[in-house]
Design a protein around this ligand. Structure first.
Ligand SMILES: NC(=O)C1=CN([C@@H]2O[C@H](COP(=O)(O)OP(=O)(O)OC[C@H]3O[C@@H](n4cnc5c(N)ncnc54)[C@H](O)[C@@H]3O)[C@@H](O)[C@H]2O)C=CC1
Ligand SMILES: NCC(=O)COP(=O)(O)O
Length: 341
């Protein structure tokens, strides 16, 4: 994974009232220092210009914006932040989502996928969306992960998307994603664990260059069930999945007690930890790598990365948002795109 993608990366707007515009501008300001891959923002130029004016003062920087098409973006990137219009106006002020938020955020995601599928972009990088704002507007997917899978459907077949949070120190995958803990328990099956881990193992090889990925599988219950006395899912659901995976030749280990599998020495024993539910996976990675962890969607026919954090309404428009996770997402998308070609 050495070379940068030749095609620019399509970066979505995210929630217009969140820190997406801020971290986009802050990342672009560091383009030369970090030799960032070229990217363009899909959104409303007027909104970006307003935010650039506010942040320019806070950051003491000159921010130039170029209104371009996707094919003009790479050439424009050095001198100006390229913005490709989606046709959806975004009127939200920092920290205050409004009725324009959901249509603007969704149009941007749709267009990014269209661009990557048409070969105009090398990968999709998404800025954070506010899930509750989208749900109130009728969005019926739990998050980007499932929406992107639907946009990737071919011949009516929707691929299984897998959420991976990656950092140089830890990679994690939740088998069940944005559902209540109660629903996670009912969704958890051996089949879901097997199909998830197959995708993880295949893409750690093809997209991350790990020849024989070591996958650690967590238990569900305290102490991985303590031989069945603290819960039986380890024996009835997870163990059969591990058997099937090992029969496939996948180096899958577990079920491991979730409370002891993330300390530094334990992390050296595997390339990715596959966990049974959202918080089991995301708490450890956001604890050890909040600033630079990247959310990667596996299982799609294109590359998608994202910062690990959310919309941070409390600091939008202030210049306090740290762009490190977005920068890591841009760099990882570029490396993955280069590895693929
Ligand atoms: N990929 C995505 O689209 C994601 C979206 N979200 C959404 O974001 C919204 C807010 O979620 P929260 O749980 O409040 O998490 P959050 O990550 O937005 O904020 C948590 C805390 O971290 C701080 N923070 C976050 N990013 C930061 C940055 N780059 N620099 C400095 N400080 C930062 C915030 O100011 C806040 O104090 C929710 O609607 C959630 O669904 C959350 C995670 C990922
Ligand atoms: N907790 C991770 C998160 O909210 C990101 O989800 P998605 O929008 O990437 O599906």
């Amino acid at each position: 994974m050495a070379n940068h993608a030749a095609k620019p990366l399509a970066l979505t707007l995210g929630e217009p009232a969140g820190i997406g515009p801020d971290i986009t501008i802050a990342a672009w300001l560091r383009r030369r220092e970090l030799n960032l891959p070229a990217f363009y923002l899909l959104g409303d130029e007027a909104l970006i210009a307003r935010r650039a004016k506010t942040l320019g003062k806070a950051l003491g920087a000159e921010i130039r914006i170029a209104s371009v098409t996707a094919s003009e973006a790479a050439a424009a990137f050095t001198e100006a932040l390229p913005v490709v219009a989606t046709g959806e106006r975004a009127t939200a002020e920092p920290g205050q989502p409004d009725a324009s938020s959901a249509p603007a955020a969704l149009a941007s995601i749709r267009q990014a996928v269209a661009d990557v599928r048409a070969g105009r972009a090398g990968a999709v990088v998404t800025n954070p969306i506010a899930k509750s704002v989208l749900y109130r507007a009728g969005f019926r997917h739990p998050g980007h992960t499932e929406f992107l899978a639907e946009l990737a459907a071919e011949d009516g077949r929707v691929p299984q998307p897998v959420m991976m949070l990656w950092s140089p120190r830890l990679a994690v995958v939740p088998v069940t994603i944005h559902v209540s803990l109660r629903d996670a328990l009912s969704q958890l099956t051996s089949e879901l664990i097997v199909s998830t881990v197959r995708i993880v193992a295949a893409e750690l090889k093809s997209r991350f260059g790990i020849t024989r990925p070591r996958i650690a599988i967590s238990g569900l219950n305290p102490h991985a069930g303590e031989d069945g006395s603290l819960g039986h899912e380890e024996q009835t659901v997870i163990a059969p999945a591990l058997k099937a995976l090992r029969n496939d030749g996948i180096d899958a280990r577990g079920p491991l007690p979730a409370d002891t599998m993330f300390h530094e020495a334990a992390r050296n024993n595997y390339d990715c930890a596959v966990c049974m539910y959202h918080d089991q996976a995301l708490i450890p990675i956001k604890t050890v790598a909040f600033d630079d962890a990247v959310n990667v969607t596996l299982g799609l026919p294109f590359i998608r990365t994202s910062p690990d954090h959310g919309t941070a309404f409390d600091i939008a428009g202030t210049g306090k948002a740290n762009p490190a996770s977005l920068i890591a997402a841009l760099q990882l998308a570029s490396r993955m795109a280069a590895a693929k070609t």
